[in-house]
Design a binder for this molecule. Structure first.
Ligand code: SF4
Ligand code: SF4
Ligand code: SF4
Ligand code: FES
Length: 981
């Protein structure tokens, strides 16, 4: 099939937009409002072309066989120019003094493309002030061309539904919450709108006065320059003026550096270019991210101030008395090596323990486990997946074989039904959540959410289940049983692909609807409706996170999820599968690369003699044969005297491990404790030596995201002060202990990993260059697997297996004394305890502290108001926090976000753990609440987005523009108005 563009045939794919075909074949046409990731918006009319003799918008026209298209006839030229001329009526071309004039401004480039010399439509400023009320970006109505890209992005890509345009107004503009200041609206500062704005109307504040050569001049001087330009325009025309601005823009180039990196916060794996000028971050520009496209959340777009924070650690510190003194690298590293050697000699290699960082690179985790195993001789090696995702991995190992997401984020977006269990996805994995919100809003994807809180995804869900705390396993098993009992299962799939069906059916006997209703507090009709929806959906993805895993039965509930997917045949196809959402940016990678007590890289068992022999040969050492201690057992080991020394890097262990008082008491007992960090964290207080590492922007390496996607990050800045990339520090320590490592670049570390690790056999830095990525397993020839199970499962015989799981009562239950259930989790704006995010002023302004969410019922009963100070006391500790009264929680259930180092929620959590993996049961905490009699301001300030009032609509609603009396289609009314959707 082909269309004829300007007389030449061009092939196209069915369903392809005409504009995409035109762009692909290199014919230039204007297209101001079109953005491939947003689809047709149809507000600008600049993409008019003749299609079989009629003027049409190329962005809103689908290519069809034998279609004849003229892109530069006199009619199309006239229509395009007329449309663009109207745009110039809304925008002052002052490019030479514009921070957005960096070669990528659509308005500038279209002026040039159309050879516009003079405009017919006079420029008319709008009667509104510039809005500076958001800490991160500003809106200038006088520069806004009303293209609506921002509205489309906010309504239908981010789906925060804050933006609209008042098309009926005499002076339309972009509105936040229908007319609120940006800083007091529901805007979550995700930055989508700013990223897609084709001009300077929406700009990052970090760009203002920084990007241009003259833009830092005082406003009066800039206004004067603009007046001069406007004065000469009638004589010179835009062409000459644009040339001057392009000279200026070219002179900026050597100063502005654009470097690709990968977000260092959550596990979604957003990647983007960081624009910098010396050490100043001009902006984060997402465009080609394989996971995120143009998307980001507040942290990835605006949360980078920590990198240049004045309180970064920049020199090694050694304990002296009750404080620390600065030391040279040589002194600090010698001390570390000497004490490690002494302790190993005195009490054996297993008296040392190592914790790798799930914030740092794969190469660094590999070196950390190699240091522990090959240099020290212990498998006491772990990472923080123990605190979150280890149970999910177990559930998948048991049933399907690989401990990773079964598909990609695109599979989640394409599923017929998404089930989210125990995950506050919109806040913890924001960009991934946008894909679900978008599919739900635009495509009719169905959504079931099971959670204790009515979080954003729960509010949007078709069915919101609120089971009693810790009872997900019960309802999941009951729903599976109902499906099997009522002939709703995918029997053909089970017969072909799943072992152990009979024993599993038998194991489901206790999970009747009646028993489940009683145990979980869910209605029988709701359970059967959920079962039928899952069974009848054409494809189902189940997403889960710490609301499932951080329980004593976390591994079993994860297993029950996989059993349900197997029973309904929801594996081995696009749009199906199991998605445990990984928390940290590289928690998947840290485990994949061997930072675990029982696995070498690639989940190869340390107690398998053949595997061990392979690593012994490669590393030329003897290796310890037995699995080591995980980080939970390490703390017990310190208390009982088995562990004497510890080396932790990039992990706020004293805050993020549960039962923080118990952990702190253990860290105090260590004979020797090395912390490698970028800030003096709470955990550093316990250290003997502190080594200053580097954040991701100061080093190279790879991260692996939740969808098993391996991506490269490139160095943006030189290490600050004397800080060093973590892989270099680990190598220094190893070499001072007798190793002879000679890595000069992280790519050489990966060259060692790949041949030793079948899962990563074909990973090379060349194959990951720029925005290229690979989703493991990666075969030697470089082919990867976005969909994990295509030919078979990763269990003996290639079949999956049902794995029966019993019911376990949650720990730390309520009684008369501890009568409330306390849940905890992340907040959109902060990452965990906030060590990085609190260093961004705008984030601090919007979310200055933690708080405890209290239901209106409980608030009335106890006389609590928003802002009341309360004390929470558990069986393990106590803390103070201010209350926020909200319907997000119900009855006697409280919720506390974990963004505090002063009053960390983990002072309240217990040392109970998942039976299999020792993941702490953070989500099983009972507390009593004392009202302290003081009331302060709302801990969520007025500027927090949670106080906003979104204005959902179906998009930019261009039809309302077309209805205006002063609107006519360019090209003498010959346009056939077409609907985008
Ligand atoms: S939420 Fe705010 S930053 Fe994000 S797209 Fe909407 S208006 Fe823009
Ligand atoms: S602010 Fe929105 S409507 Fe205005 S130019 Fe930018 S993207 Fe277009
Ligand atoms: S925190 Fe997560 S969702 Fe936000 S930009 Fe980073 S990777 Fe993306
Ligand atoms: S690109 Fe704006 S209407 Fe087509």
């Amino acid at each position: 099939m082909a269309i004829i563009i300007n007389g030449k045939p061009q092939a196209f794919q069915p369903g392809e937009r005409l504009i995409d075909v035109i762009n692909r074949c290199g014919v230039e046409i204007p297209q101001v409002c079109y953005h491939p990731q947003l689809g047709p918006i149809q507000t600008c009319d600049t993409c008019m072309v003749e299609v079989d003799g009629k003027l049409e918008r190329a962005c809103a026209t689908l290519a069809a066989d034998a279609m004849k298209v003229a892109t530069s006839s006199s009619r199309t030229n006239a229509a395009q120019r007329e449309a663009f001329d109207r745009i110039l009526g809304n925008h002052l071309l002052y490019c030479t003094v514009c921070d957005n004039s960096n070669g990528n401004c659509t308005v500038h480039n279209t002026t040039k493309l159309l050879h516009v010399e003079h405009q017919e439509t006079p420029y008319k400023p709008k009667p509104y002030e510039v809005d500076m009320s958001n800490p991160f970006y500003r809106y200038d109505p006088d520069q806004c061309i009303l293209c609506g890209r921002c509205v489309e992005a906010c309504q239908n890509l981010q789906v925060n539904e804050t933006l609209s345009i008042n098309w009926e107004d005499a002076h339309p503009r972009v509105l936040w919450d229908g007319g609120a200041p940006i800083g007091e609206s529901s805007c979550v500062s995700c930055g989508h709108c700013v990223t897609v704005c084709p001009c300077n109307a929406l700009m990052e504040k970090s760009m203002l006065g920084q990007a241009g050569l003259f833009t830092s001049l005082p406003k009066r001087a800039i206004d004067g320059m603009i007046d001069v330009v406007k004065g000469v325009e009638p004589e010179l025309g835009f062409g000459s003026i644009l040339q001057i601005s392009e000279v200026e823009s070219a002179m900026r180039e050597p100063q502005i550096k654009r470097t690709k990196t990968v977000c260092t916060y959550c596990g979604v794996g957003c990647s983007f270019d960081i624009w910098t000028k010396e050490r100043h971050i001009l902006k984060v520009e997402p465009a080609h991210g394989p996971a995120n496209g143009v998307s980001t959340c507040i942290k990835g777009k605006f949360g980078w101030d920590y990198v240049n924070s004045p309180d970064r650690l920049t020199t090694p510190l050694i304990r002296e008395g009750s404080g620390f003194r600065e030391a040279s690298w040589d002194e600090a590293l010698s001390l570390v090596a000497r004490r490690f050697a002494e302790i190993k000699a005195a009490t054996g290699p297993d008296s040392l323990a190592f914790i790798s960082s799930s914030k740092c690179t794969n190469e660094e985790s590999y070196l950390m486990q190699k240091l522990a195993r090959a240099v020290i001789g212990t498998n006491n090696m772990d990472n923080c997946s123990r605190y979150c995702q280890a149970p999910a991995t177990t559930g998948l190992f048991r049933t399907v074989g690989y401990g990773g997401d079964s598909g990609s984020i695109s599979d989640i977006e394409g599923a017929g039904l998404v089930v989210i269990i125990g995950s506050n996805t919109a806040e913890s994995h924001p960009v991934l959540a946008t894909r679900v919100k978008r599919a739900h809003k635009l495509r009719g994807q169905k959504l079931i959410v099971s959670d204790l809180r009515e979080n954003e995804m729960a509010r949007r869900a078709d069915i919101f289940l609120h089971p009693r705390p810790g009872t997900d396993l019960f309802w999941l098993s009951a729903v599976t049983r109902y499906i099997l009992d009522n002939g709703l299962a995918n029997q053909a799939f089970i017969d072909k692909w799943v072992n152990n069906a009979e024993a599993y059916r038998e194991s489901l006997k206790p999970f009747t609807l009646e028993a489940t209703s009683e145990r979980c507090g869910l209605r029988i009709e709701t359970l059967t409706k959920v079962a039928r929806m899952i069974a009848e959906a054409d494809s189902v993805c189940i997403l889960w996170a710490m609301g499932v895993t951080q329980h004593v039965m976390g591994s079993d509930t994860s297993t029950a999820i996989s059993n349900l997917l197997l029973a309904t045949g929801n594996y081995m196809r696009r749009g199906t599968g199991a998605y445990p959402l990984r928390g940290h940016n590289n928690v998947q990678g840290a485990s994949d690369h061997g930072a675990m007590p029982n696995y070498f890289p690639g989940y190869q068992k340390v107690d398998d003699p053949a595997i061990r022999a392979k690593f012994e040969k490669a590393w030329d050492v003897s290796l310890p044969p037995k699995p080591g201690l995980d980080n939970h057992l390490m703390i017990d080991g310190i208390h009982d005297g088995r562990i004497k020394a510890m080396y932790v890097f990039g992990e706020e262990m004293s805050m993020v491990d549960s039962n923080a008082n118990y952990v702190a008491a253990a860290l105090k007992k260590l004979d020797f404790f090395v912390m490698q960090e970028i800030f003096f964290t709470e955990t550093c207080r316990f250290a003997d030596v502190i080594l200053p590492g580097c954040p991701s922007l100061e080093k190279e390496g790879t991260f692996t995201s939740t969808e098993r996607r391996i991506q490269r990050l490139y160095q943006v800045f030189e290490p600050l002060g004397e800080s060093r990339p973590d892989w270099k520090i680990i190598q220094e320590i190893a070499n001072r202990l007798g190793a002879e490592w000679k890595y000069e670049h992280p790519s050489q570390i990966y060259d060692e990993i790949a041949p030793l690790t079948p899962l990563m056999a074909g990973v090379t830095y060349d194959r990951l260059e720029g925005y290229k990525s690979l989703q493991w397993p990666v075969a030697e020839d470089g082919s990867d697997q976005p969909l994990l199970y295509t030919e078979q499962f990763k269990l003996p015989g290639g079949k999956a297996t049902f794995f029966p799981v019993p019911w376990t009562e949650p720990s730390d239950q309520q009684n008369n004394e501890f009568d409330l259930h306390l849940n905890n989790g992340r907040l959109l704006e902060h990452f965990h305890e906030g060590n990085m995010t609190y260093r961004t002023e705008g984030i601090r302004e919007k979310t200055p502290c933690t708080f405890v969410e209290v239901s209106p019922e409980l608030a009335t009963e106890r006389g609590i108001e928003t802002g009341s100070w309360v004390q929470l006391i558990s069986r393990y500790g106590k803390l103070r926090a201010q209350a926020v009264i909200t319907t997000r929680v119900r009855g006697k259930e409280l919720y506390m976000p974990m963004n505090s180092v002063d009053e960390p929620v983990n002072r309240l959590t217990s040392s109970y753990t998942d039976k299999v993996t020792h993941t702490p049961a953070y989500k099983e905490t009972s507390v009593q609440l004392k009202v302290l009699g003081e009331t302060g301001d709302d801990p969520l300030p007025r500027t927090n987005s949670r106080h906003g009032h979104p204005t959902p609509q179906k998009g930019v609603e261009v039809e309302r523009k077309w209805k205006r009396e002063d609107y006519h289609e360019p090209g003498n009314g010959l346009v056939q108005i077409k609907k985008a959707r």
